[in-house]
Design a protein around this ligand. Structure first.
Ligand SMILES: [Zn+2]
Length: 573
């Protein structure tokens, strides 16, 4: 046994007893033949083992033999240990021929231990106030509007990542994730989180985000203390003195994604302040409405209102005005008009995804962060589920339900089966698409497991987990929540590197680190990317390919908070 790098993969936290997809994996060579032609694992209940003498009947009963099966996937060949039958509370380890997995728990509440840690990230990443032991009050001189040289108050928010920048899209993402968490858990102490911390962070979000809005259009400025002139210029501590010359700069730019996240954030804040401060609630609702109006006029794109679905659905959750429902239904109609039914691209194995102009949609021409349309389709799961949950009696709800079921059963679930880890691959494309490292799938369809550019997959997988949890709720079908949990397990060690990508739980050999404050409990890194030409998984400090795989980032941390909040409230079987 190699004690520094176990070859037996299992997530490092554990399993809920009701999880029907408990699995551990051993990568094997394709010519391997097991002992007497079979493969036997043992699920060892360590908590019982230590109380009974070696070899006693009780000791023997703590060893649960599990017959392994073989799974051949384009990602490699694996022995699968399906330990779903184990449901007795306890500490476990999987043994196979001298290899042992990391120890893990089977316990209903085992994943609740993540919440307090995830909220530690919010506390430590806070900008504009002192966090003893981590950093002094910082950036009290944010910032100077670059093109007019005017000093204006942009103090607050959170540091975006392992660096100190403050992109508004991330600020808003962190805010609506926190608001979604408190919707699921109005009393955060139910999951061991500090209610005062949650309240303080929501108030900080409310104070900060309102400062980012353009006085003329109401649209949020995006690049605040972030890459106004050159990349990473704002990754610095400053002297906290306004007009001293080292203020970080602000650009008066915006984008549809920033507008989307801000509407969702203001909707979440309006909900939170409803019983606490009706006047602030009105201000946030009015800010959200103004962003939507300006978005329609200033950020016009071909596929509105499809692009606005998340924003519309978020606002509709707190504001019963019918206009959000009408626009959202229009967006869903346009989306479902583009859904594939039955045979396509010379095959009938995969269906239910979306096309535009004869191509699988939402790959953004594979430029920049494109080539991730399966993750985008998972967001469509979130939108269809939210619409069904909001308006179950809507005249078009049967179509939404059929479309959602077809997307899940025809495309996303079969694509998770391409991975022995059951994590959703990134990209569906055509043989004719200019995608390096694409793998054959079926007919003219190809796929990639991993993105190539920019940050890793953790944020998308966490959003997929949340979407599957919402689908389980909307369709009253627990299997989708169980599949959602697999997406979270990938982040917590059930991945080809046996590496937990959150600091503070599990085991990690990743260089998870912020060069400004050090290791941060609860923080999650960008995650795994693929090598460009082979689509092999990669998790390393490779500045040439991407500096962000092992960098802490607010977005996956916030996305896991929102996803676990939904999943913890859903049955798995
Ligand atoms: Zn700061």
């Amino acid at each position: 046994m190699n004690t520094t790098h176990p070859v037996l993969h299992v997530n490092h936290v554990g399993f809920r007893p009701d999880d029907p997809l408990k699995r551990a994996l051993v990568p094997v060579a394709s010519d391997r033949i097991g002992w007497l032609g079979g493969e036997t694992f043992h699920g060892v209940e360590v908590s019982s083992l230590i109380r009974h003498p070696f070899g006693s009947p009780e000791w023997m009963a703590a060893h649960h033999p599990i017959r392994g099966t073989r799974e051949r996937t384009p990602l490699g060949e694996y022995l699968v240990c399906d330990l779903s039958a184990l449901s007795t509370r306890g500490g476990y380890q999987i043994h196979h021929e001298g290899s042992r997995s990391v120890p893990f728990m089977i316990y209903r509440d085992v994943w609740k231990r993540c919440f307090r840690l995830l909220l530690e990230w919010y506390r430590i990443a806070a900008c504009g106030e002192a966090v003893p032991g981590w950093h002094e009050a910082c950036h009290l001189d944010d910032g100077r509007i670059a093109d007019i040289g005017k000093t204006q108050d942009f103090v607050g928010g959170w540091h975006d990542a392992g660096d100190l920048r403050k992109w508004t899209s991330t600020m808003a993402f962190v805010t609506h994730s926190l608001a979604d968490f408190v919707r699921e858990y109005p009393d955060p102490s139910a999951v061991g989180a500090d209610p005062d911390l949650v309240r303080h962070q929501l108030e900080r979000a409310a104070d900060y985000l309102i400062k980012t809005l353009d006085p003329d259009t109401g649209l949020p400025w995006h690049s605040i203390a972030s890459d106004v002139r050159v990349p990473n210029e704002s990754g610095v501590w400053t002297d906290n003195i306004p007009n001293s010359g080292d203020e970080r700069e602000v650009k008066r730019d915006t984008s549809p994604a920033t507008a989307d996240h801000c509407v969702r954030a203001f909707a979440g804040l309006a909900d939170w302040f409803e019983s606490r401060d009706p006047e602030r609630r009105r201000a946030f609702l009015s800010a959200a409405r103004r962003i939507l109006d300006s978005w329609k006029n200033h950020l016009q794109r071909e596929n509105q209102p499809e692009d606005m679905l998340d924003a519309l659905l978020a606002l509709a959750r707190t504001d019963p005005s019918p206009e959000w429902r009408i626009l959202a239904a229009e967006g869903l109609r346009r989306l479902l008009d583009r859904q594939v039914h039955g045979t396509c691209f010379g095959q009938k194995q995969f269906t239910g995804f979306f096309v535009r102009n004869g191509m699988p949609d939402e790959n953004e021409n594979f430029q920049g962060r494109g080539g991730r349309n399966l993750f985008r389709y998972a967001r469509r799961v979130r939108q269809l589920s939210r619409a069904l949950l909001l308006w179950p009696a809507h005249p078009e709800s049967a179509r939404w339900k059929d479309g959602l079921t077809l997307l899940l059963e025809g495309c996303l679930e079969p694509m998770t089966r391409m991975s022995p880890f059951r994590a959703l691959p990134a990209c569906l494309c055509l043989q004719s698409d200019p995608v390096p490292g694409k793998r054959p799938l079926s007919g003219a369809l190809c796929f990639r497991y991993f993105g190539i550019h920019a940050e890793g997959n953790n944020c998308e997988l966490a959003q997929t987990a949340e979407a599957f949890g919402l689908a389980a709720r909307a369709l009253a079908d627990p299997r989708w929540a169980a599949l959602g949990q697999k997406q979270i397990e990938w982040i917590f060690g059930f991945n080809p590197f046996d590496c937990c990508m959150m600091t503070g739980l599990g085991y990690s050999t990743a260089a998870v680190f912020s060069p400004f404050v050090g290791q941060i409990p609860g923080a999650i890194v960008g995650g795994i990317l693929g090598t460009p030409h082979e689509d092999q998984p990669l998790l390393c400090m490779n500045r040439q390919l991407s500096p962000m795989m092992m960098e802490y980032w607010s977005a996956p941390t916030a996305a896991v908070l929102a996803a676990l909040a939904v999943l913890e409230n859903q049955p798995f079987s």
